[in-house]
Structure formats: C-alpha cells, structure tokens
Write a protein that binds this ligand. Sequence first.
Ligand code: DX5
Ligand code: ZN
Length: 221
Amino acid sequence: MSTPLPPILAPSLLAGDHAHLAASARTVEDLGVPWLHLDLMDGHFVPNLTFGPETLAALRRAGSKLFFDTHLMLAEPHRYLEAFAKAGANLISIHIEPAYDHAAALARIRALGCQCGIVLNPGTPAAAIEPVLALVDLVLVMTVQPGFGGQPFRADMLPKLRQIDAWRRDRALKFRLEVDGGIDLATAADCRAAGADTFVAGTSFFRAPDKAAYAASVAQL
Ligand code: DX5
Ligand code: ZN
C-alpha cells in the first residue's frame, strides 16, 4: 500500500475580490498556503467568463510567489499554452472533452517548463483520461459542472476518484488527484477517503471567518 500524498489546499481566486485580486492572492500567501487555483473561462467551453493570462502576469508583477494552479476551461486550450506559461503559470490543466491532440498539448505544457494536468467533467467517465494518465502531474476531477463557483458538491463523483486512485496505485503513477467544486471541510474529507490529495476551495475558503484554521484543517486531512 503506497502512502497517500500530503494534502494540498488550492484556494480558488474565482471566489476572491475581483476588484482586488492581488489582495485576495496575498491573503492566501500570508497564511503560508502555497497554491492558488486560477479558473480561466472562455464563454464557449463553459457559459461564463473570468480573466486571462494578463491577470496572472499582473499578479506576478504584484509580487505573488504562489504556485499558480491554472485550470483552463477553454474550447481550444492548446492555442493559449504559451501565453499562460509566459504569464507565470506553474501548472496548467486542460480538459479532456474538447477535440484536440491532448497528448501533444500535455507535452507542450511540459516543454514550456510547467507541470501539466488533465481535467474531466462530471459527465465524463474515468476511462476517457486513461490513455493520458502516464503523461500528467495532476488529474482534476470536477465535482460540479464547471462554470460557476458556489455549486453543491456531487457525491456521485466519489467512485470516479476511487477508480483513478486505484489506477494510480496499480500502475505506480505519481500524479496528484485534485477535486474542484463544492469543496468544504466535510466534502474534502470524503474526497480524501476516496483518494484525493489536492483540494480546490473557492466559496468555503474565502467565506471562512478563520482562514488559518481552515487551512490547518485541510493540512490534517
Ligand atoms: C468551477 C471552478 C471552480 C470554482 C469552485 O467552475 O472550476 O474552481 O472556483 O468554486 P467553489 O469552491 O465555490 O465550488
Ligand atoms: Zn477550477
């Protein structure tokens, strides 16, 4: 039995203050939480818009040293990889659902000096990402339909986590297993039990009255 990876909290800036994103990022950094989750939406792959690579670059210029966990919800993510790498992304995750050369895009992310991740929507079976499992640093299982923060967690995604975790163990792969959508301390614990080790939290983190206690609780999962 392999030891589970230590838990990582990745607060989602989507739930931060969009008039003061650098201040929201600093709130995370000041707590000693190393990761920041950045949600990029194009109005095509998901019915919403957020920000673009210039926002990441501006956060870097404002001094952020956080690990930028960049989640591209884009119909054509392969067209923007250079832009996000140049803007300061550390990890770039792309969805399996749109049709493009996934393996080539993942290799391109690596070549740009970033870690790479593959993401699957709630309606997409685990088998869809099986061919690229050996190519990635992270698998992101969406626990809501992507597009908006503040949606309820989908407990029906837990078997998918267990399946991907079992493949990871059986094949001695090293990728992180991340969950995103409706994560709070209770749903994070359920995901941890199902094999997840990386927890995106938007609403529950930014609304937590005691964010240090929240981060400490995730570290104990
Ligand atoms: C959803 C985004 C999430 C979002 C999660 O489309 O991918 O990262 O910020 O927000 P909460 O934690 O509020 O569900
Ligand atoms: Zn996300």
